[in-house]
Design a protein around this ligand. Structure first.
Ligand SMILES: Nc1nc2c(ncn2[C@@H]2O[C@H](COP(=O)(O)OP(=O)(O)OP(=O)(O)O)[C@@H](O)[C@H]2O)c(=O)[nH]1
Ligand SMILES: [Mg+2]
Length: 234
């Protein structure tokens, strides 16, 4: 069973080489696809160089910063075209620790989508201020209330999808381009009958590099939730 780990990057030069090494070191069945948006810090060049010595490392270059959601879409398309059995999505900044990947894969044997969750017993966040906690709690609360989702961490980006659920869901049709893609994708998977499982993870704040999440993304996420809730009610 082959796994593709999709890692979207924008200015992650301090993280990307150690991260891809650690992920590829877990198993020979794991391949990594970095989707880089022409990072000005040269992240893409580092991966180009590393690809010369690893046949399990791949890169998609995009011309400019185009958002996390569209990066996932291109990654999913690549995974299905190349017949991977499952797809993992994770951030490049070590907030999603590679050590959890084997547990995510195990969970994915029984659930169409396995989520690395901060909000199940044993999970949590490290070094988060009250503001960040409040935003995350509110987003999850709204997603569960408005969309009827039962997962405890609906905004998590650390997930493992089976290929058959990706073939069923019209992910290309997802409107969200940025972070709110994650909620819309989960909503669409559930609409297609996906069974969702969660494993606890400790989410560590990034140590190197800068966060790309903006205030605008938070407003867009609220609008996305309202749009999806409206369509659900129809
Ligand atoms: N390709 C691509 N990757 C992106 C884009 N925006 C963010 N990313 C990547 O998506 C992942 C998540 O972004 P972060 O900045 O860590 O956002 P976050 O984890 O919500 O915020 P922090 O906890 O503050 O780090 C990282 O690997 C980023 O490099 C984008 O527009 N294009
Ligand atoms: Mg991050």
């Amino acid at each position: 069973m082959s796994t593709l780990v999709i890692i979207p990057t924008y200015n992650e030069k301090q993280n990307i080489i150690p991260l891809t090494k650690e992920v590829l070191g877990l198993s020979n069945d794991i391949h990594v696809l970095v989707v880089d948006d022409n990072s000005p810090d040269g992240t893409g060049d580092l991966i180009d160089e590393a690809c010369k010595t690893s046949s399990r490392l791949h890169i998609l270059h995009r011309p400019a910063k185009m958002g996390l959601g569209t990066a996932y879409k291109e990654g999913f398309f690549y995974a299905l075209e190349n017949n991977y059995d499952r797809v993992i999505t994770m951030d490049a900044d070590f907030s999603h620790q590679p050590q959890y990947i084997p547990q995510l894969i195990d969970k994915n044997q029984f659930f169409d989508v396995a989520i690395g969750s901060r909000y199940v017993p044993g999970g949590g966040t490290v070094n988060w201020g009250p503001h960040r906690k409040l935003i995350s709690f509110t987003a999850n609360f709204m997603a569960r209330m408005l969309l009827g989702l039962t997962a405890h961490d609906c905004t998590a980006g650390f997930r493992c999808y089976r290929d058959d659920i990706l073939r069923k869901v019209d992910f290309q049709g997802i409107k969200s381009e940025g972070y709110s893609f994650l909620v819309e994708m989960l909503f669409n998977c559930v609409k297609e009958g996906a069974q969702i499982g969660e494993i606890p993870i400790i989410f560590e704040n990034r140590v190197a590099g800068k966060s790309k999440i903006s205030k605008k993304e938070i407003y867009v996420a609220i609008l996305t939730l309202l749009r999806l809730a409206f369509h659900r009610g129809k």
